[in-house]
Design a protein around this ligand. Structure first.
Ligand code: HEM
Length: 364
């Protein structure tokens, strides 16, 4: 390459770097502290893999900028504000929620069916679309409706206890994190997809393998995400999708189940409730049917929103109970009394178990 070419390359690099610096000065120009960011990427790489390093990163920022009550990060060039002041959080989540209802815009428009499906999820909808869909879906989570799913959850809980007890009889060390994860998946498969799987016993279950593939966060996916963020048009032209191909498995499976349900095969689960759901749109005041794509999206969202969250809650709560024997005995007493009064572990009894609730909520 000639000197001119080198000079041109160097100029482009310097200009790009200056542009990135300018975009990453959003927070400093507003007096909000911000940890050092990578050019173009910002802090995206720190959060992407969601592992212990992500937690350490947040802890570091919290300690370092504690007095500022907040710090600013960058998701590529998009500014992200992290807040830990309780009063300010109350404003965001309650008092001024009208201004903060929308989640981050993930802009999944690649033209791929599985990306279109993901962008239909309630959690990714914004503005009036979110409000309408939320109004339709909220009634599916009333206590009466959840009660109808209770027998399905109990079946899976019985299988969990049976399997864990058997394991404990053979080996005093039981991997309960794994077992809670499998239990949660079996429950979601049953409640959201109408699929009966027993992943505790059947380790090579096709549903589980696809869930693992769907949730796998790899460097290749990171590179794909970066590519999509900077060149979305080229990304779409190449026919690439931002979501893993395992997503197709859930789309096909849910479509088949929806067809069976429409043909009259009902079992009182989340999918049935969604099929029955309909709501009045704010704008037209007319009853809205949920499209098949929307139904598929909400079932897959159940998996994304409910899997890691519930499995982690069960693991951490059990771990803390194992470490706090006094509390464990108190909880055991409460549950024994509950069974004596109600004859069994019923939905109503669980709703009345205050100590159980406090343990799961993490109350002091
Ligand atoms: C212990 C378990 C769970 C925890 C800790 C948890 C936590 C959360 C949090 C913090 C949010 C707000 C996210 C945000 O605003 O950025 C959220 C939203 C959501 N979660 Fe959960 N979740 C749990 C279980 C579930 C389950 C089992 C479902 C099943 C359907 C679910 C469905 C949703 C939905 C649909 C939203 C979005 C609501 C909306 O945008 O209107 N979650 N969850």
């Amino acid at each position: 390459m000639g000197v001119e070419t080198w000079l041109l390359v160097a100029t482009v690099v310097v200009l790009a770097w200056m542009y990135s610096r300018w975009r990453h000065s959003y927070w400093s120009s507003r007096g909000v502290p911000s940890p050092s960011a990578l050019p173009f990427i910002g802090h995206f790489h720190k959060e992407y893999f969601i592992d212990t390093k992500t937690v350490d990163f947040y802890k570091e920022n919290y300690t370092k900028y504690y007095k500022s009550q907040m710090c600013g990060l960058y998701d590529f060039f998009s500014p992200v504000l992290v807040i830990w002041d309780p009063e300010m959080l109350k404003h965001v989540f309650v008092k001024d929620f009208d201004h903060f209802g929308d989640l981050r815009d993930f802009n999944l428009k690649t033209g791929h069916e599985r990306d279109e499906m993901v962008s239909e999820m309630l959690s990714l909808k914004t503005g009036a679309e979110w409000k309408n869909l939320r109004a339709i879906m909220t009634p599916t989570f009333t206590s009466g409706k959840i009660k109808s799913m209770f027998p399905l959850v109990c079946d899976k809980a019985d299988a969990l206890v049976k399997f864990s007890m058997k394991e404990a009889a053979e080996n005093p060390q039981v991997d309960m994190t794994k077992n809670f994860g499998r239990f949660t998946l079996d429950t979601i498969a049953s409640c959201a997809f109408g699929i009966e799987c027993n992943s505790l016993v059947d380790q090579n279950n096709v549903f589980i393998n696809n869930v693992d593939a769907f949730f796998k966060i790899s460097t290749a996916t990171l590179i794909k995400t970066v590519f999509f963020r900077f060149m979305p048009r080229l990304f779409s032209l190449l026919g690439l999708s931002i979501n893993p191909s395992a997503g197709d498995f859930f789309i096909d499976m849910t479509k088949q189940t929806i067809a069976a349900r429409k043909a009259g095969k009902r079992r009182g689960d989340f999918l049935d409730l969604l099929l029955e759901a309909g709501g009045k749109s704010d704008s037209t005041n007319e009853k809205q049917e949920l499209s098949d794509q929307c139904l598929v999206a909400q079932s897959v969202m159940f998996l994304i929103a409910g899997y890691q969250t519930t499995a982690s809650l069960l693991s951490f709560s059990s771990f803390l109970l194992a470490k706090n024997k006094d509390q464990q005995h108190r909880l055991r007493d409460e549950l024994r009394q509950m069974v004596a009064e109600h004859g069994d572990i019923t939905y109503q009894a669980i709703m009345e178990a205050t100590l159980l609730d406090a343990c799961l909520q993490g109350d002091e």
